[in-house]
Design a protein around this ligand. Structure first.
Ligand code: HAM
Length: 417
């Protein structure tokens, strides 16, 4: 039996892939405008990077990591996200000494053993941005505005920015206790996972998708009522800068995110048209993670966008300009003229392919049809003798002779038609 791609993974093929590459090019350009540099970390890391970074009692670490022992028995994990890896790299290369504020972005695959469904894969792709070295609320707002601009420039509408604060070391314990007190009064109504979470990490319960838990959570105490002065004023300033930058948002008091490293600001961008997996991106501030992973005491902020979901939202919309390919058909055994013609086209910046396999005019045209091509240049021996080419437009089933020396000009006119 033929081998298929592993469940939850897929091949991204043309024409869809063109939207991916065009998007990536635009994203890279935009990020540089905001002072970000690209970083490429390895696809796998020592498991510790993620278990310590993301938190032992998160779904990701608990049940979704691709972890295996390498040949020397070391525990290795395929990255389920990239923030922890980037922090590992930041610490390893002492980036804190390179710049007061370091702005990094990445584009690449992540791996989570989740139940595949629409918009959810086991290998998926993220674009992410991380800023190290500033606790200013302007960084939160500016980095959110950057991705909102990216989505806007791609023509996306129907997006919603949900934002909340998860407090800090000062105020979260107080909230945690209040939440735990409330949840213990509703223990019976919680799912099995949440009964455990209630003890180890009660904020995780706010994130549970099980209906019974959601009902309990609806009346739970809000973290907004427990924020300390510092967190409250940080949030107010983030809102102020978002207003200034023209980003609309909604305070979503139940938003806590599925990873443990966040402090203060957390946010998600929701796309109305996505169904259950409607978060197109998420992120927030993580002021303690660098230190927790053994580095200096450096605050940070970042987000990651799910590219598979972004592509779903884009649907059939094309980000790229369709550029015509010219199929050069040798007619007969003489390849030289066709090769020269294709080279001239490529020199002019056009896309050209020689149909070296075509045994006849008919088989050549069939190949072009199957590829969805439009323009064919017949370049056989008799054309060579007359220094002409026959330019055929498959769409209109018309053809005409052109002088080889006028090739570039003729092609330009043809495309403009
Ligand atoms: P996350 O919310 O786990 O955050 O993932 C960010 C985005 O990745 C999600 O909003 C979603 O669009 C996409 N995503 C996640 N899992 C899947 C999946 N199985 N299939 C398809 N798309 C998926 C993070 O990863 C954090 N590192 C974000 C961050 C960066 N926080 C601070 N800096």
């Amino acid at each position: 039996m033929a081998i298929k791609a592993v469940k939850g993974t897929r091949d991204i093929l043309a024409p869809e892939i063109r939207n991916w590459t065009e998007y990536e090019e635009r994203a890279r350009k935009l990020f540089r405008r905001y002072g970000f540099e690209e970083i490429r970390t390895p696809i796998f890391e020592y498991t510790e990077v993620f278990s310590r970074g993301i938190g032992e009692d998160t779904d990701i670490v608990h049940k979704e990591m691709y972890t295996f022992a390498d040949r020397k028995g070391r525990s290795i994990t395929l990255r389920p996200e990239n923030t922890a890896s980037v922090v590992r790299s930041y610490i390893e290369h002492r980036m804190d000494l390179q710049a007061r504020v370091k702005r990094l972005f990445y584009i690449g695959p992540m791996f989570r053993y989740e139940r595949p469904q629409k918009g959810r894969y086991r290998q998926f792709y993220q674009t992410g941005a991380e800023v190290f070295g500033s606790s200013s609320p302007l960084v939160d707002a500016d980095t959110i505005e950057m991705v909102v601009r990216l989505l806007r420039e791609l023509g996306l509408t129907g997006l919603r920015v949900d934002i909340n604060s998860v407090g800090c070391k000062e105020c979260r314990p107080d909230y945690r206790a209040a939440l735990q007190g409330y949840l213990s009064g509703h223990r019976e109504a919680l799912c099995e996972d949440c009964r455990r979470r209630m003890e180890t990490n009660p904020l995780r319960v706010l994130d549970c998708k099980v209906q019974g838990c959601r009902t309990v959570v609806a009346d739970a105490p809000s973290i907004q009522d427990h924020l300390c002065g510092g967190c409250r004023s940080h949030q107010e300033q983030v809102f102020h800068f978002l207003d200034m930058l023209g980003v609309s948002y909604r305070l979503s008091t139940g938003l806590v995110r599925g990873l443990d490293y966040y402090t203060r600001t957390v946010f998600e961008v929701i796309s109305e048209g996505l169904g259950a997996q409607n978060a197109i991106l998420g992120g927030g501030r993580y002021d303690n993670l660098v230190k927790e992973l053994g580095g200096p005491d450096v605050p940070a902020f970042g987000w990651a966008l799910g590219m598979d979901r972004l592509m779903m939202v884009l649907g059939d919309r094309k980000l790229y300009d369709e550029e015509a390919t010219f199929y050069v058909l040798p007619v007969g055994n003489e390849l030289t003229y066709a090769v020269e013609t294709a080279a001239a086209l490529k020199n002019g910046g056009y896309h050209a392919v020689v149909l070296a396999e075509a045994v006849s005019l008919k088989s050549g045209l069939k190949q072009v049809n199957r590829a969805g091509g439009r323009f064919v240049l017949l370049a056989g021996e008799s054309e060579k003798e007359k220094e002409i080419l026959i330019l055929r437009d498959m769409k209109n089933s018309t053809q005409r002779e052109i002088f080889a020396r006028n090739l570039q000009k003729e092609i330009k006119n043809e495309i403009a038609k």
